[in-house]
Each structure stands twice: as structure tokens, then as C-alpha cells.
Ligand binder design. Structure first.
Ligand code: 7TS
Length: 408
């Protein structure tokens, strides 16, 4: 097993106790913990350089602008693209809303279709539902195969020339399944539809070269990849970013403002209305530095090892059902499960007594819960700082829960 154990000391929070037990943090799909270097970068920004960006000629304003733009370059390099193709947003949700409104409202009308998958997070569903209300376009769903992977066997029947948008996630936050990015991009390109990739779980966990994915737009969040909350990115092909209308107006995003009309600042600034999350962007830059220093190949390999170990150990727990692919090459480190008829919230509460943080609920994927015919699942999710002993602690605690709820 790849051993990234030594980096645990970079994460101050991993040293704390919960309910008298060492914290076992298995909720990184919701948000990840932050290394000292990210916290320090944000502190240094506030302590030495704080000013608003892109305005004012004073020294601090220049330094803040340089730090903010430098962070953009780092995030762009991390996904193998140019800084001009990365707009900072509040996160994945905001990025997808920019695309749905900025592109959808201007290109969709009655008779058009938007294809999504049944495993989408609400962030990649609800904005499209709103757009159908405004434009008359309709939503069409792709479903899953027996291994919880998006079923592409019938895509040429689903993706016809009525389809103008294909929106899908690169990795499910519930099942962990990796999305069929290449197949869906190819099918969309054949009918001239645009592709929108929800990269919230893909970008933090695998090496990603945005320009080579074959998609038109991609969204991701800093807080799921060691960075702070409140910032994320919208990536697009240059020609798509040009045709994407801004959906928020205000300062910073304009070129000329007249009484009755305005013109926009160049891409990507036309998407960044108002004072942006400056310290957060700096923290995002420090987070991608941290990940790049380790190498995303190693991050992915480590997570695969820990997840494979978890799938093996969880299979020893009687009455436990896993909702996700068994093939480790087809999935990431989000592992959803049920234990007998114990309610996931009760399970999470018992585990918390042992210092173990998992998530229980619908994971903002209600259509998927209905499709799986469950009200909720329990979910353990792994990242680069998790170690096999934490999987052992999870399994031991699940065995205790079996006793508490009379399954033994
Ligand atoms: N898409 C996916 C696949 C996600 O996992 C999430 C957040 C989002 C979009 C939204 O990201 P945000 O940063 O804009 O909120 N997923 C989760 C989760 O699984 N538990 O809490 C948040």
C-alpha cells in the first residue's frame, strides 16, 4: 500500500479527539480537511497583503491582485489549462448555475432536450430543472447498469439531435462510480450538444487534463481538494466561455458602462462580478500546490489502496450492502452502504461515539436514492490522509452497531 501516512501531521485537525477517541475523518466527499500550508497562506495574505483586487494603484492592491491572479495560474496549471480558461466562482454549484443560466437561457427553447444522469448531485440537476421552466426545454435521464455505472449502451437512442446539453458528473459522490466522460462527450459532439462536467469529485481525486477531456465546461470546488470553502472554479473551452453570457452583473466584470447598456470585461473576468473571495483563492492556490507536490497519480493510487481495503473489510460485515462498483478501477473513494435495517442516521450517531465521522442522508442526490429504492445511505469517503487503521476502526464500530441494534 502506498504510504502517505507521514503527511497526516500536516493536517492540524487530524490530531484532535472526538468523544474521547482519536478523530477518524471519513467524510472528505462532503469537505476535506486543510493542511497547515493552506491555513498559513490565507493568514499571510490577511496579515501582510490584504486589499481589494484589480482596483487602486497602491502597493497592497498590487500585491493582492498578483496573489489572486497567481492563484488562478496555479489552479489552471493543476488541470493542465491556461489561466484565461479558469474563472473563480463560489464553487461547483455556482459554476454550474453560471453555465445553466448563461448558456441555457440564450440557447435553449421548446423542443430541446437536456440530458443528465440519475446519479447527479442536486447541483447538476436543479439548475437544469430551473432552465426547463424558463425555456420549455425538457430533461432526459440516463440510468445505471447493474454495477451502478451510467449505462451508455443506449446513448445513441437517447442523445439525438434534439439534445443541446449533456450534463454529468465525473465521479459520483454517492456510489463513487467514475462517469463515462469519453463516451458521453463523443455522443454529444456527434449531435452538436455541449457537455458540462461536474468535476466536484473527479478533480480532487484523479489527475485531470481539462483540455483533453472532450467536454465544453467543467465545475469544481476548492473545499473538496484541501482548500477553503467559498471558492471554486468554472473551466471552459475558450470559444464556449466567449459565448457564455455573464449571469451576475456589477463591479469588476465590465468594460464600459453607459446609462442603458454595458460591455463586458474579457474572459474570465466577465464571470467575476463584485469583490471576489481573495484569501480563499490564495488558499486554493496553496491547496493545489500541496496536491501537486505529492502528485495526483500518487493521491489516486493511495485512495484506491485504502478504498480496496475498505471494500474488502466491509464485505466481512454481515448484513452490509454496498451501493457502488466493486471494480476498484471504476470508482473513487466514496463508499455508500446500508447495515441491515439500521437507519443511516442512527448508524452515524453510533459511529460518532467512537470518534468516526461518516455522512448519512440523501447526499443531495434524491433522484438517485429513489432509483436505488432507499431513503438514505451511510457513506464513508476517503482521501489522501486516510490510513487502513481507520478502515479497521470503522469496521469495529459497525460490529458494535450490529450488537446495539440487535442484529447479532
Ligand atoms: N457535485 C458533486 C458530485 C458533489 O459531490 C458536490 C458536493 C457538489 C456537486 C456541490 O459542491 P459545492 O461545493 O458547490 O457544494 N457534495 C457533497 C457531499 O457529497 N456531501 O456534502 C456535499
Amino acid at each position: 500500500m502506498t504510504d502517505l501516512r507521514s503527511l497526516r501531521s500536516d493536517f492540524p485537525i487530524l490530531g484532535r479527539e472526538v468523544n474521547g477517541k482519536p478523530l477518524v475523518y471519513l467524510d472528505s466527499a462532503a469537505t476535506t480537511q486543510k493542511p497547515r500550508s493552506v491555513l498559513d497562506a490565507m493568514d499571510a495574505y490577511y496579515e501582510r497583503h490584504n486589499a481589494n483586487v484589480h482596483r487602486g494603484a497602491h502597493t497592497l492592491a498590487g500585491e493582492a491582485t498578483e496573489m489572486y491572479e497567481n492563484a488562478r495560474s496555479k489552479v489552471a496549471a493543476f488541470i493542465g489549462t491556461s489561466a484565461a480558461q479558469v474563472a473563480f466562482t463560489r464553487g461547483t454549484t455556482t459554476s454550474i448555475n453560471h453555465i445553466a443560466y448563461g448558456w441555457g437561457l440564450n440557447h435553449l427553447s421548446e423542443g430541446d432536450q437536456i440530458v443528465v444522469t440519475i446519479s447527479e448531485h442536486h447541483a447538476n440537476l436543479v439548475p437544469w430543472q430551473l432552465i426547463t421552466k424558463y425555456t420549455g426545454a425538457e430533461l432526459v435521464y440516463l440510468e445505471l447498469d447493474d454495477d451502478f455505472i451510467v449505462d451508455t449502451s443506449d446513448i445513441d437512442r437517447v442523445i439525438t439531435d434534439k439534445v443541446k446539453v449533456v450534463a454529468f458528473s465525473g465521479m459520483s459522490n454517492v456510489t463513487g462510480a467514475i462517469g463515462p466522460v469519453a463516451e458521453l462527450s463523443r455522443a454529444a459532439a456527434t449531435v452538436g450538444a455541449i457537455t458540462v462536467l461536474d468535476g466536484a469529485q473527479l478533480v480532487p481525486h484523479t489527475p485531470v487534463a481539462a483540455d483533453d477531456l472532450g467536454v465544453d465546461f467543467m465545475a469544481f470546488s476548492a473545499h473538496k481538494m484541501l482548500g477553503p470553502t467559498g471558492v471554486g472554479a468554472l473551466w471552459g473551452r475558450p470559444e464556449r466561455l466567449e459565448e457564455l453570457e455573464p449571469t451576475e452583473g456589477g463591479g469588476e466584470m465590465i468594460n464600459v458602462v453607459e446609462r442603458f447598456h454595458s460591455t463586458w470585461a474579457p474572459v474570465p473576468h466577465k464571470f467575476e462580478a463584485g469583490t471576489p473571495p481573495i484569501a480563499e483563492a490564495v488558499g486554493f492556490g496553496a491547496a493545489v500546490d500541496y496536491l501537486s507536490n505529492i502528485g495526483m497519480d500518487r493521491v489516486m493510487e493511495h485512495e484506491r489502496d485504502v478504498t480496496a481495503y475498505a471494500l474488502e473489510r466491509l464485505s466481512e460485515v454481515p448484513d452490509l450492502t454496498i451501493y457502488g462498483p466493486k471494480d476498484i478501477t471504476k470508482r473513487g473513494g466514496a463508499v455508500s452502504f446500508a447495515l441491515g435495517d439500521i437507519h443511516p442516521h442512527d448508524l452515524a450517531t453510533i459511529l460518532d461515539q467512537d470518534g468516526i465521522a461518516i455522512r448519512a442522508g440523501h447526499h443531495c442526490a434524491r433522484p438517485l436514492m429513489k432509483y436505488l429504492d432507499v431513503a438514505a445511505t451511510a457513506r464513508a469517503s476517503f482521501y489522501l490522509y486516510n490510513v487502513p487503521e481507520e478502515v479497521d476502526a470503522l469496521v469495529a464500530s459497525l460490529m458494535t452497531a450490529r450488537k446495539v441494534f440487535g442484529l447479532d
